[in-house]
Design a protein around this ligand. Structure first.
Ligand code: ADP
Length: 598
C-alpha cells in the first residue's frame, strides 16, 4: 500500500502559518546587501506608481483652464516617470530573481551536504527518492517565493498602504466607506489561507512519495520486468500520483473560491463607492479630476488586495514546503560527531570489539550482536563465517561506525571510534562490499574513488594488482570508457575487480571485505581471488567469507551464530571440534561441493 504522508497539523504545533518561512532567513541573511537594493528599487517603483494618479488629476482638472505650457510639462513629466518606472522595475526584477536563485541554490547545496553525511539509521525512515523530490521540487516553491511572490507582496502592500493614504486625502468620506468593506475581505483570506497551507503540504508530500516510489522501481527495473510486474508497479505509482493530483485539485479549488469571493467583494465595494462619488460630483461637492484620481487609487488598492490574496496562497504553499525542508535540514543524526575529536593514532590496524551488543532500531528485540568480544591483531586476516543473519555484516557496519553499539565499545588502535571524527578513521579502512558499487563515470574515475588525489599511474598500478588492467584495456576507450549507471556495461567479476582496485589504491591498513556469493566462472574467480590475496597482504583484514578456499587461508576464523561468536580458531582445529563450523564447511561454502568431491 502507498504510504500516507504525514500532513496533519496536529503533530506540528507552532507551524500553522507562514511563520515557517522565517526559517529561510539564515539563507537570505548573507545577501542582505542585494536584498536592500532590491527593496529600494521596489519602494521606488511603488512610490512612482502612487504619484502617477496625482499627475493625471492635474491634467484632467487643468485641461480646459490652461492648455499651453503646463500641459506640455505634465506630459513630459509623465514620460520621465514612465522611464523611471521601467528602470526601477527592471532593477527590482533582476535583483529579486537573482536573490531567489542564489538562495535556493544555497539551500539545495546545504540539503545535499546534510543528506550525504546522514547515517544509515536516517535512510531507514525515509526513501531516497523522497529526499530527491524535496531537494528539487520543494525548493522550487521556495524559489517562487523569494524570487517573486515576496517582492510582489511587498510592492502590493506598499501600494495598498500608500493608496489608502492618498484615497484618504482625496476623499475621506469615500475612503471611510471603502474601509468598511475591508474586514469582509480579510476574513475569507485568513480562513481559506490556513486550509491552503495544509493542502499544499499534502500535495508536496504526495509528490515526494511518488518520487520515492518511482526511483525505487526504476532502480530495480530489470527485476520488475523479469517478474512482469510493470502493470502492478504502474498501478501503484498511478495511485500515489493521483493522490497528489487530488490534493492539488482541492488546493486549486479552495484558492479559486477564495479569489472569487475576494474579487466580488472588492468590485462590489468599488461600484458602491463610485455611485456615491458620482452623486457628489453631480452635486458639485467634488471635482471630476478628484473623482478620476479616486477611481484610479481605488482600482490600485483593489488590485493590490487581489494580488495579496493570490500571493497569500503562494506563501502558504511555500511555508508548507519550507517546513519539510527545515525538518530535513535539522534532522538529528543518531550518530554524533565528538565535539573535540581525538586524533587518529599511528595506523597499525588493531581492532577490538569489547563486549559489544547491538540491535537495529527497527528491530530492537533482536540482538544482531550479543556481547561480542574479540581482538584482531595488526596484519591478521580473519574470516567471519556463520549462517545468514548471524551478525557478520553487522560487525563490519559497526566497525565503519554506521551504527553505534548499544553497550561496549569498538576501538581502532586503542581509540574508541566514537571519540574520533568519522572521516578520520574511515580513511584508515577500505571496504569491498559484496555487491560492488560502480558509479556512472569512467573506469579510471571509479578506481580513483578510492583515493581522489591518486595519479593515473597509481590508478593503473592498482588495476594491474587487481587483475583488471587487461579487461580495462580491451574496453572501447580503455580506462576512459564510461561504464554506465551502476556499471551496467561490466560483468560481475569485472565490477568486483574494479572495487578491489579501488581498495588497493586506498592503501588503508584495515581491509573489510564482503565476499561475493554469486558464483563467478572459474577464471574470474581465480583472478578475483588473486587480487584479494594481494590486497590482504600486510593489512588487518576482515572477510565475510563464503568460500572454503578463503577461510582455509585465514589466520583465524570467527564462527557467528545468532549474534554471538560461538567458536574461533583455524580451519583444521574447528573441523576437528566438529561443531557448527564442521557442518557449515560441509554445507554452506559455495566451493564446498568441489572441495568435498576432491
Ligand atoms: P549476516 O551478515 O551474518 O548474514 P547481518 O549482520 O546482516 O547477518 O544480520 C544480523 C541480524 O540483524 C539479522 O537478524 C538481520 O535480520 C538483522 N538486520 C540486519 N540489517 C538490519 C537492518 N537494517 N534493520 C533491521 N534488522 C537488520
Amino acid at each position: 500500500m502507498a504510504r500516507s504522508p504525514k500532513t496533519s497539523d496536529e503533530d506540528r504545533p507552532g507551524s500553522r502559518n507562514i511563520g515557517a518561512l522565517r526559517a529561510l532567513w539564515p539563507f537570505i541573511a548573507p545577501y542582505r546587501g542585494i536584498m536592500t537594493l532590491a527593496i529600494s528599487a521596489l519602494v521606488f517603483t511603488a512610490c512612482v506608481s502612487l504619484v502617477l494618479p496625482l499627475a493625471v488629476r492635474r491634467v484632467v482638472d487643468n485641461f480646459e483652464v490652461d492648455a499651453g505650457m503646463l500641459l506640455d510639462r505634465y506630459f513630459a513629466a509623465a514620460l520621465v516617470i514612465a522611464g523611471l518606472l521601467a528602470l526601477g522595475t527592471a532593477a527590482r526584477y533582476y535583483l529579486v530573481t537573482r536573490l531567489g536563485e542564489r538562495v535556493v541554490t544555497d539551500i539545495r547545496k546545504a540539503l545535499f551536504g546534510r543528506m550525504v553525511g546522514m547515517s544509515p539509521a536516517f535512510y531507514e525512515r525515509i526513501m531516497t527518492g523522497e529526499v530527491l523530490s524535496r531537494i528539487t521540487t520543494d525548493t522550487t516553491l521556495i524559489l517562487s517565493v523569494i524570487g517573486s511572490s515576496a517582492s510582489i507582496a511587498l510592492r502590493n502592500l506598499l501600494i495598498l498602504i500608500g493608496g489608502l493614504a492618498l484615497l484618504m486625502l482625496t476623499s475621506a468620506k469615500l475612503t471611510g466607506l471603502v474601509l468598511l468593506i475591508v474586514p469582509a475581505i480579510i476574513v475569507p483570506i485568513v480562513v481559506l489561507g490556513r486550509r491552503l497551507r495544509v493542502l499544499s503540504r499534502e500535495n508536496q508530500d504526495w509528490i515526494a512519495a511518488s518520487s520515492g516510489n518511482a526511483s525505487e522501481t526504476l532502480l530495480s527495473v530489470q527485476t520488475v520486468q523479469a517478474y512482469s510486474h510493470e502493470a502492478r508497479s504502474k498501478e501503484r505509482f498511478d495511485e500515489i500520483t493521483e493522490k497528489s493530483f487530488v490534493a492539488a485539485r482541492e488546493r486549486i479549488g479552495t484558492r479559486a473560491v477564495m479569489t472569487a469571493i475576494v474579487i466580488f467583494l472588492i468590485f462590489a465595494g468599488i461600484v458602491g463607492v463610485l455611485w456615491i462619488g458620482a452623486r457628489d460630483v453631480n452635486a458639485r461637492e467634488m471635482s471630476i479630476g478628484a473623482l478620476v484620481q479616486f477611481v484610479i487609487y481605488a482600482v490600485m488598492v483593489a488590485g493590490s488586495v487581489g494580488a495579496l490574496t493570490e500571493i497569500w496562497g503562494e506563501l502558504q504553499r511555500a511555508a508548507g514546503a519550507t517546513e519539510r525542508l527545515v525538518e530535513l535540514l535539522n534532522a538529528e543524526d543518531s550518530l554524533r560527531e565528538p565535539s573535540a575529536p581525538r586524533p587518529v593514532p599511528e595506523a597499525r590496524g588493531e581492532i577490538v570489539f569489547d563486549d559489544v551488543s547491538f540491535s537495529y532500531p527497527s528491530r530492537p528485540d533482536v540482538s544482531a550482536l550479543d556481547h561480542v568480544s574479540v581482538t584482531i591483531a595488526p596484519g591478521e586476516t580473519v574470516a567471519l563465517v556463520g549462517p545468514s543473519g548471524a551478525g557478520k555484516t553487522t560487525m563490519i557496519q559497526l566497525l565503519l561506525r554506521f551504527w553505534d553499539p548499544k553497550t561496549g565499545r569498538v576501538t581502532l588502535d586503542g581509540t574508541d571510534l566514537r571519540d574520533m571524527a568519522r572521516s578520520d578513521f574511515r580513511c584508515r579502512m577500505a571496504l569491498v562490499p559484496q555487491d560492488p558499487v560502480i558509479f556512472a563515470d569512467t573506469a579510471r574515475e571509479n578506481i580513483r574513488f578510492g583515493r581522489p588525489d591518486a595519479t593515473d599511474a597509481e590508478v593503473e598500478a592498482a588495476a594491474h594488482a587487481a587483475a583488471a588492467h587487461e579487461f580495462l584495456m580491451a574496453l572501447p576507450d580503455g580506462y576512459d570508457s564510461q561504464v554506465g549507471e551502476r556499471g551496467v556495461m561490466l560483468s560481475g567479476g569485472q565490477k568486483q575487480r574494479i572495487a578491489i582496485a579501488r581498495a588497493i589504491l586506498r592503501d588503508a591498513p584495515v581491509l573489510l571485505l564482503d565476499e561475493a556469493t554469486s558464483a563467478l566462472d572459474a577464471e574470474s574467480e581465480r583472478l578475483v581471488q588473486r587480487a584479494v590475496d594481494r590486497l590482504a597482504t600486510g593489512r588487518t583484514t576482515l572477510i565475510v567469507a563464503h568460500r572454503l578456499a578463503t577461510v582455509k587461508k585465514a589466520d583465524r576464523i570467527l564462527v557467528f551464530e545468532a549474534g554471538r561468536i560461538v567458536a574461533q580458531g583455524s580451519h583444521d582445529a574447528l573441523v576437528a571440534e566438529g561443531g557448527l563450523y564442521a557442518r557449515l564447511a560441509r554445507l554452506q561454502f559455495t566451493d564446498g561441493m568441489i572441495e568435498a568431491a576432491e
